[in-house]
Write a protein that binds this ligand. Structure first.
Ligand code: HEM
Length: 243
């Protein structure tokens, strides 16, 4: 701590800025990451309902908006979920660069050179994270808000009576550039989610080798299932199975 001298008068001491401890930031990353993991798993399972046909899928999308009425207003539960996701996103995106910079500073020039899937996913976390962030903005404008220039021209916004999620999704994925972007993002999601969940398993401090292996396997399995489930929908639209 250094003393401040203003006009020859000592004005007390400059305190270093309070530092949030790294363990607290890691807890924030793990908890908010798990919120997202849960969301993408549930979302992917919901997305797969598209294979049950337009009527069912639109009824499901409408159901999400009116669930728990009249205890909750129209879209009440959706807004609660949106609130949790936005807060989680802000905390996750806020803590990530701080932890990344601290790890980099403490590692110095002695970076690990090991290769392998875990090492690759670890190194690409900032890149896959930024891709996912861009994707989330695009995706919400594309299929929820229906912003011109992003959403398909035929986009129809849900009303209190009806949702058009099926038609909107088919029209969106029928655009090759958009389908390619979604495909690429699903790969980024796999890498990001797998590494995030592996880190959670590792930080949980599971000691048994077998139990750790099961944890890592489960984490990888969840990430792989989310990617494959969503890619299945993209392929089905691109091949005309869904139209
Ligand atoms: C190919 C993969 C995906 C498909 C087919 C898909 C499908 C959809 C559809 C159809 C909607 C609009 C739902 C409605 O209007 O009721 C939607 C909304 C949304 N999706 Fe996805 N999604 C995919 C991947 C993702 C991923 C990876 C994330 C998160 C990282 C995500 C996050 C969201 C969010 C936040 C919304 C807005 C929900 C709302 O507030 O109403 N989606 N998605």
């Amino acid at each position: 701590m250094s003393a401040v001298v203003l006009g020859g008068v000592r004005r007390g001491r400059v305190r270093p800025r309070p530092r949030v401890p790294s363990w607290a930031l890691k807890v924030v990353m793990a908890v908010t990451g798990c919120v997202f993991a849960l969301y993408v798993v549930v979302h992917m399972i919901g997305n797969l309902k598209i294979f049950t046909g337009a009527e069912h899928f639109n009824a499901y999308a409408h159901g999400l908006r009116v669930v728990m009425e009249p205890f909750l207003p129209y879209e009440g539960l959706l807004w609660i979920v949106r609130g949790v996701l936005v807060v989680s996103l802000l905390a996750h995106v806020g803590a990530a660069p701080v932890l990344w910079a601290r790890a980099r500073a403490s590692r110095g020039p002695h970076a690990r050179t090991a290769m392998g899937l875990r090492s690759f996913t670890a190194r690409t976390m900032p890149v896959t994270g930024v891709v996912l962030l861009g994707f989330i903005v695009f995706h919400v404008l594309d299929l929820t808000v229906g912003t011109g220039g992003v959403a398909p021209e035929t986009f129809r916004r849900a009303t209190t009576e009806q949702a058009f999620a099926y038609e909107n999704l088919i029209a969106s994925f029928a655009r090759p550039a958009v389908a390619a972007f979604y495909m690429l993002t699903m790969l980024a999601l796999f890498l990001h989610l797998a590494h995030g969940l592996w880190t959670v398993v590792s930080d949980l401090g599971v000691t048994g080798r077998r139990l750790r292996a099961v944890g890592y396997g489960l984490a990888g399995g969840v990430a792989l299932s989310v990617m494959l489930g969503n890619i299945l929908i993209l392929i089905a639209v691109l091949t005309g199975v869904l139209s």
